[in-house]
Design a protein around this ligand. Structure first.
Ligand code: MRU
Length: 362
């Protein structure tokens, strides 16, 4: 997608051939910086500190992380250690473990001297496949927006939570891909952007990427969505996801479940967009089986922004004696979801729906 007219991806191989470039998402929207990752430890740090975040993107960066580890040491022991450390960096998004295992399994049978190059090639394939899958998600989600436009005869209002745009994938995004496609086709869209406390991925990242691409949007407090739905101001909700069970339960950024409840109560369609790399075919019960990341309390007790003096500062907003809890994801049961938008098309949020599109997992 474009930043003020220039196309970017969220991760790419540096032309020096020995490192990976990312967009540091902890610095957005204040600064656009492209740090270089040259080691396994830097890759793990980037994922853990959320310099890169979003399920498909952390998978792609972790795949490159295996390459960086093997450049330093291509032994069996180093490969095993690197894979385990990358997978442990964040627990909820299943794309991370999927991508690491894919690169691991690809290079493990090779002679040591071939491993690093093979890992780099596989990581690049994973990144390219993610772009193609997200583009396809955009095409398959587009008819939902076209349908709303036809029905309403006015601008289509879409609510999204967190950031499931191109910054969360390698390009295009999941939830935002149909919106980018609609914009490309000249359909008038407006996006309600949940601010998404505590990390503010909506206010800081979704708003930034939509603005840079020229798409109409409004940031709202996380608590505003239900009210807007009650007053007919939301035509459609589209979110991304970090892990989907084979039965259609969805883990996504904390607060997604409450949006799904409000949408259900107000007959607003609630769609979830995902590449198949986000499906955990082993899990059946999202609430019991999906590990939910607990992040530092400081993300809740503080907030970061640009002060009136122009400096970016972090301030405490909770009394110093009050503890805080920070579960980073929640699970929306399949029954609240209108359907899934995948790279192979749309389907019901159910085992039959998913297996219908991906019969190799029957
Ligand atoms: O904690 P984050 O910012 O990594 O969480 C990201 C989300 O919850 C996204 O909605 C999800 O990864 C889908 S991204 C295409």
């Amino acid at each position: 997608m474009k930043i003020d007219g220039t196309p970017y991806r969220s991760v790419w191989l540096d032309p020096d051939g020995t490192s990976v470039r990312i967009i540091d998402q902890t610095r957005l929207p204040w600064a656009l910086e492209f740090p270089r990752l040259t080691t396994l430890d830097q890759s793990i740090h980037a994922i853990r500190a959320m310099q890169v975040r979003g399920a498909p993107l952390i998978g792609a960066v972790a795949a490159f992380g295996v390459w960086l580890a093997l450049r330093a040491d291509p032994s069996d022991a180093a490969l095993t250690r690197a894979a385990a450390a990358l997978i442990a960096a964040r627990p909820t998004a299943v794309n991370l473990a999927w991508a690491v295992r894919r690169v691991h399994d690809h290079v493990a049978p090779l002679p040591m001297y071939d491993r690093a190059d093979a890992a780099r090639a596989e990581a690049m394939t994973i990144a390219d496949e993610d772009v193609a899958q997200c583009r396809a998600i955009g095409e398959h989600g587009l008819p939902l927006i076209e349908g709303c436009a036809r029905e309403n005869g006015r601008i289509v209002n879409i609510l999204t939570h967190c950031n499931a745009g191109w910054l969360a994938t390698v390009d295009w995004g999941t939830a935002l891909a149909p919106i980018y496609c609609a914009h490309e086709r000249g359909i008038a869209v407006h996006v309600w952007v949940d601010e998404t406390r505590p990390r503010n991925q909506g206010a800081s990242l979704t708003a930034w990427e939509l603005a840079r691409h020229g798409i109409s949007h409004t940031v709202i407090a996380d608590n505003a969505g239900g009210h807007l739905m009650q007053h007919g101001r939301v035509d459609l909700v589209i979110t991304g996801t970090d892990r989907v069970t084979r039965t259609g339960d969805v883990a996504n950024k904390i607060g997604t479940y409450l949006k799904a409840l409000a949408a259900y109560d107000n007959d607003v369609p609630f769609w979830v967009a995902l590449p198949s790399t986000t499906i955990d075919w082993q899990a059946r019960d999202g609430i019991r089986e999906i590990p939910i990341e607990e992040r530092p309390a400081a993300e809740v007790t503080t907030i970061t922004g640009r002060g009136m003096d122009g400096d970016v500062t972090t301030i405490r907003i909770v009394p110093k004696d009050s503890p805080a809890a920070n579960p980073a994801f929640d699970v929306t049961p399949a029954r609240l979801i209108s359907g899934f938008i995948t790279e192979r098309g749309r389907c019901a949020a159910s085992e039959d729906g998913l297996v219908g599109l991906f019969p190799d997992h029957a």
